[in-house]
Design a protein around this ligand. Structure first.
Ligand code: PMP
Length: 441
């Protein structure tokens, strides 16, 4: 047996033992999952949350902490996939929701709150001259694409391999079978020459270029600034609507990644934390594009939605954005994320571990790599060749030590996660790598 094969089978044994310990430690989560399987396909209503052998059932959260149904406590390093930037039960947001409930929900009309939140969003993001609200980031992207198609009179949508814009706008090597049936043109992320070839070949049919300034679900792979600038120039040249999906990246600065880079798209989509932790989405952009939805206009586009202006999301959003997520708080949070990512990568190098963390600011993703000295990850293709069991083992070892993150490796810091907490995560990684040596190297 070769050394690599022996290491592979030792890794399999270690993962099997870690899973068995997980099963033994979590009987209540398992029972909840088995009950759910009887009424939901695979016990699941949100695909990203499933992992084998069964996912933890989270019973409650407070500040930076979560507790599962078996009573284990975790430091929450997932932060609801970037939506829970405020942590759990922030008093200012709690008070705003309570006040909204006191005034009655489902008011059947315009209310006192929606224009205030719209004003906050327009003031923060340079590209958003007018905005409309939705209930999710998925819907925001659907509406932004509809606006671009109506505005240009063209049907094509340029999207990137490995991108994620919502449940029905998912792109791996190509569009997912559940996607809305647009006329998609696929392009390679972070490859400006390859993308320009697609844009030039399809320029007359393209209504929109839809791009994440950093691939989020695709593994926290930042776009090169020159790549985004190239898209901006090409969109202008060909009259294509450039849409930045900043559902995740809007939290990287007070004005999103667009503000950091000084690149202004024609439209921007938002979601997640901007509703203060309640369901939320928004799309906005140039006045002339958004004016298509002005109901005073003859032939205006319709954009309905019972809960678009729901008072819970509006009130929680206003409180969060004005009382908690100040520009200084955003900068401190992202600086803490940069320090954590640098620290983890230095730790992996010291151990010679087959691991790398990518990302920007407070959002990052742990990746297994084929080799300990692998080059930095710049595209989804760079993730090929790694042994998925490496990440499995790290995941179960961190859960067992009380650190919660996504099974796929996403880490998103929330405001209550402090320097002592990130130091504790670093120490836990150090311990896992020392304990598991040489399986992870
Ligand atoms: N775009 C991006 C970049 C996202 O990360 C997500 C959610 N993970 C979405 C869109 C979809 O948002 P939602 O889950 O609110 O529909």
């Amino acid at each position: 047996m070769s050394a690599a094969t022996m290491q592979g089978s030792a890794l399999q044994d270690a993962v099997a033992a870690a899973r068995a310990a997980y099963v033994a430690a979590n009987p209540e989560s398992r029972a909840r999952y088995e009950a759910a399987v009887r009424v939901m396909p695979g016990g699941n209503t949100r695909s990203v949350l499933y992992y084998e052998p069964f996912p933890l059932c989270i019973a409650r959260g407070d500040g930076a902490r979560l507790w599962d149904a078996d009573g284990h406590a975790y430091l929450d390093f997932l932060g609801e996939f970037t939506a829970a930037i405020y942590g759990h039960s922030h008093p200012a947001i709690r008070a705003a929701i309570d006040a909204a409930l006191d005034g009655g929900i489902n008011l059947s009309g315009h209310n006192l709150l929606e224009a205030e939140l719209a004003g906050i969003v327009c003031a923060r993001f340079p590209s958003i001259e007018r905005v409309r609200f939705t209930n999710s980031g998925t819907e925001a992207n659907l509406l932004a694409l509809a606006a671009a198609i109506a505005h240009t009179g063209r049907r094509g949508v340029l999207a990137f391999k490995g991108a994620y814009h919502g449940g029905v706008l998912t792109f791996g090597a190509g569009p997912a079978p559940v996607n809305v049936p647009h006329h998609y043109v696929m392009a390679p992320y972070n490859d400006l020459a390859g993308t320009m070839a697609q844009i030039e070949a399809h320029s007359r049919e393209l209504a929109a270029i839809l791009v994440e300034p950093m691939l989020g679900a695709g593994g926290c792979i930042p776009a090169d600034p020159a790549f985004l600038a190239g898209l901006r120039a090409a969109a202008t040249r060909h009259g294509i609507v450039l849409i930045f999906d900043e559902v995740m990246t809007s939290r990287l600065s007070p004005s999103g990644r667009q503000g950091l880079l000084g690149i202004v798209p024609d439209m921007t989509t938002l979601g997640k934390y901007i509703g203060g932790g309640s369901s939320f989405g928004a799309f906005g952009g140039k006045e002339e594009i958004m004016a298509q939805f002005d109901p005073r206009r003859v032939g205006a586009l319709s954009h309905a939605g019972t809960f678009n202006n729901n008072v819970v999301s509006m009130a929680a959003g206003i409180a969060g954005m004005t009382k908690v997520l100040t520009p200084d708080a955003i900068r401190i949070l992202n600086a803490r994320g940069d320090a954590l990512r640098d620290g983890l990568n230095a730790l992996f190098r010291r151990h010679g571990a087959r691991l790398q963390v990518t990302g920007l600011g407070s959002i990052m993703n742990l990746h297994a790599t084929a080799r300990a000295d692998a080059a930095p990850i710049r595209s989804p293709e760079d993730l090929a060749g790694a042994d998925p069991l490496v990440k499995d083992l790290v995941f179960f070892d961190l859960i067992a030590r009380g650190f919660y993150l996504a099974r796929r490796g996403l880490i998103a810091l929330s405001l209550p996660v402090g320097d002592a907490d990130t130091a504790a995560l670093m120490a836990a990684f150090d311990d896992v790598l020392a304990t598991r040596s040489p399986l992870l190297t």
